[in-house]
Structure formats: structure tokens, C-alpha cells
Design a protein around this ligand. Sequence first.
Ligand SMILES: C[S@@+](CC[C@H](N)C(=O)[O-])C[C@H]1O[C@@H](n2cnc3c(N)ncnc32)[C@H](O)[C@@H]1O
Length: 278
Amino acid sequence: MRKAPRLIEQALARAGLEGVRRVATGVDVIGGIAIVRLPGVPLRSKRAFAAAMMEETPNLTGVFEQAGGVEGEFRLRELRHLAGRKETLTTHKENGCVFKVDVARCYFSPRLATERLRVASEVRRGEKVANMFAGVGPFTVEIAKTSGAEVMSCELNAYACDLHVQNDRLNKVDDRVEVVNGDASELPGSGRGRFDRVLMPHPSAADEFLDAALGLVKKGGVIHYYRHLLARDEEEGAAAAREELRGRLPRGARTKVRKVRDVGPRWLEMTAEVRLPR
Ligand SMILES: C[S@@+](CC[C@H](N)C(=O)[O-])C[C@H]1O[C@@H](n2cnc3c(N)ncnc32)[C@H](O)[C@@H]1O
């Protein structure tokens, strides 16, 4: 969930920061924790804004600043505590599911809620799905809950896997979800067979794992490929995604490309839905 702009405006006003408009689009609320981005703002003002947010929103437990980008193999945010409790473990609700998330030790973005709902609505009961980059399990749990499909989830970060297993139980999908703590590139040939649908929600590096995804998907199956690409608009992003995939897919594969969201100035998250030939 993103913070309601009106509350952010009020908190900005209380902190004397009315001029810092970009904050209004830069706040993520994950469970009881707000994560703000305030580049160039003095620390005193950041703390005043965070304190004002706590007062405006009684169910917030803490406010953190995201000090840099999302970094490293585990895609973690560097966080600085600004107000409230320092606890980074929280419980987040999304699309009728509930997730334990540690915002400092695992990747989670509430900005993907619509994409998760969209993918979950495409999956049919009886499908066998693989999620190569599962995090704490939001795509997996929402797919298993919505469709009743069986999902195999892979994730390198052991702590994210622990939370994923807890989230499977919380959402009563543990009977149809398998969580594998490991490297997704080692999944083909691991004896798990082939899948009707393979998800690659790792947009900073999915290109490096495309061959592994092709080794996991059945004939006639679908790969959901995600990438962060430098592009001014959806058309340019689609061209960049097609160019990246050119020559890497089996003959007869059909590709539908669209924008998921803006991720930075001239950076878009794009997705390519690749259907393999029978
Ligand atoms: C952008 S996050 C997406 C997480 C999740 N799908 C979500 O939407 O919240 C990418 C995830 O891939 C994991 N990861 C990175 N390299 C991996 C690998 N080689 N094998 C499996 N998981 C990996 C990271 O730890 C991170 O949790």
C-alpha cells in the first residue's frame, strides 16, 4: 500500500516541508512501517516529517529513510531509522493475503501489488508454477490462494525463505507450496520436472537466468520475464525488452511486452510474457 497523499501532505506541512513535493510519491508503507525517501533534506527536517507521519497515522509503528538504492544479491534497502520503533519485522496485508516481512533483511515492494494480482488471475487450477525469485512469497502465495495451483518457490536469502514458509501457513497454502532455499540457476536438472508457468521477478538480473527459465518451462508454457530498462516510454521499453530477448528464445515463441511501472527517471520496469511453442 502506498501512503495516502493527503496524509503525507499534512505531515509535510507539520514538518515545514511543504516544498518537498516529491516525498508524496516516495513513501512506501509496508505493514506498520513507512519508508520515505528524502534526498537533500536536512536530517532534522527528516525527523520532523517522520514524527509528524507517526502522529497523523496511529497504526504506524516506525518510520525509516531509504538512504540509497535497492542493492546486492538479496536486493535490500539501506535503511536509516527516523521515528517510532526500530523493529523492522512487520505484517503486511495485500490482495486478501497477509505477509510477514522484515523490511531490512528481505526484499518487498508494495508497488507490485497490482502486478501480482494480474499474474495470479491468469493462473488456472491444475497448473504447475515455478517462481525463481520468491522473496517472502507474495507472488507465490497470491497465485496459490487465488488459483489453487501448485507453486515451487526458489529464493537465495535463507531468512526470506523462513518468512515465506511462515507466510504459506498464515495464508493456508502450505499444502501446495514448496520453498527451496537455493540458487535459481541450479533448478533445471534438480529433479523437479518442468512447469506450465515460470516467474522471473528479479528485474535487475533476470536476463542472466533466462536459460535456466527455458530449462524449467514445458512446451506450450509461459515465462513471465521482468526487467528494469532505460526507456523514455512504454514503446521504447518494449523495443528494449524485445531486443534483449532477440535470438535467445526458441523459434515460434510468442512475446507480449508491457510496462509494469516507472522505477526512476527514464527507467521502467517492463514485463515480457513469453509463450513457448508446443
Ligand atoms: C526483486 S526481488 C523479488 C522478490 C519477490 N518476488 C517479490 O516480489 O517480493 C528478487 C529476489 O531474488 C532473490 N535472488 C537473487 N538471486 C537469486 C538466485 N540466484 N536464486 C534465487 N533467488 C535469488 C533475492 O534475494 C530477492 O529476494
